[in-house]
Write a protein that binds this ligand. Sequence first.
Ligand code: SAM
Ligand code: SF4
Ligand code: SF4
Length: 372
Amino acid sequence: MTERVIPLADHRYLASLPAIPAILAAPTGVLLDRLQRPLHDLRISVTDRCNFRCSYCMPKEIFDKQYGFLPQSSLLSFEEIARLAALFVAHGVRKIRLTGGEPLLRRDLERLVALLAELRTAFGDPLDLTLTTNGSILAKKAESLKRAGLGRITVSLDALDDRIFRRMNDADFPVAEVLAGIDAAERAGLGPIKVNMVVKRGTNDQEIVPMARHFRGRNVALRFIEYMDVGETNGWRMDDVLPSAEVIARLGEAFALEPVPVTTVGETAERWRYAEAGVAGEIGTISSVTKAFCHDCNRARLSTEGKLFLCLFASRGHDLRGLLRGGASDAEIAAAIGLVWQGRDDRYSELRGQGVAAGTGERRVEMHYIGG
Ligand code: SAM
Ligand code: SF4
Ligand code: SF4
């Protein structure tokens, strides 16, 4: 194997050009990392920009007018994204989630959706193609996304109360427009819809039960997400985390819930349904802080400028754009991706949960750049 590793200076995050092995093993549809975790899920960030300034993700004080977002030329083009996605799919990826920043801000995103919708898994099946959005322009976009081939959608919504919602998005954006976006997505057939609520103790935890009440009876999976210490800018404190166990305890006082058995390996949410017969809707909790799920984490993340990250808490990426624009062939890039994944042993949350200092001490990547 050759060791063509060229460290690159990058103004944003450290990345190195992945090594291209001397013998180019073709993808087999099954790729395991050092902890025997398969590569199944690819999250692609299509922009580092956003029209919201959620304090847990892009606090206004840092992401202000002076902040240097990526120039257009740094972004992967849709053709570059689709080319890389096809190689990941050949390695076993079955699910692709478009994210950001706010993915719906990327112009003509439907064109990328259409390119990705053509891909087939290593076993010949259509991909599970989805997108996470803040919902702000979803009412306008739902139909065209569906027509382009998007399968389903996840909408982030942190409160129903308009005052609390405007404060959380810190862009004075009204909740009614996001709710209209969810309705439009439902009408367009982008279900089953997931709604993600990041819970911050003392900020929006009073919205837990009203959110459940609002979506109860609809074909919507409502997910409560523990506020995570991702990135370096959100001033995260453990005191602000409301553990999922407490979320479920509060919901249990309002509704009769019963657990839903796990159906897929790598499923990050613990799920509950309403015990009453015939009531649609589902509750899920994502306990990234209090109950790490690294042991079956099967996700790779492709940043806006084409760096592959193996963990949400990583400091370093693998510069796939460097390979693409340096003229590497598909076989070379696929083999390089294979080698990177085979070397993966990341399990940040698990180590932190055990009180082991995880990470390298280098600056950690931000959520809006790597994609949630
Ligand atoms: N802008 C889109 C949105 O908000 O849905 C997509 C990108 S956003 C980074 C993806 C997801 O990450 C959102 O559901 C958001 O709530 C979540 N997120 C961002 N920062 C987080 C944090 N510190 N802890 C937990 N979840 C977070
Ligand atoms: Fe934007 Fe999503 Fe981050 Fe909020 S969570 S600032 S909507 S990228
Ligand atoms: Fe996966 Fe890293 Fe999160 Fe663990 S900490 S679940 S390895 S992304």
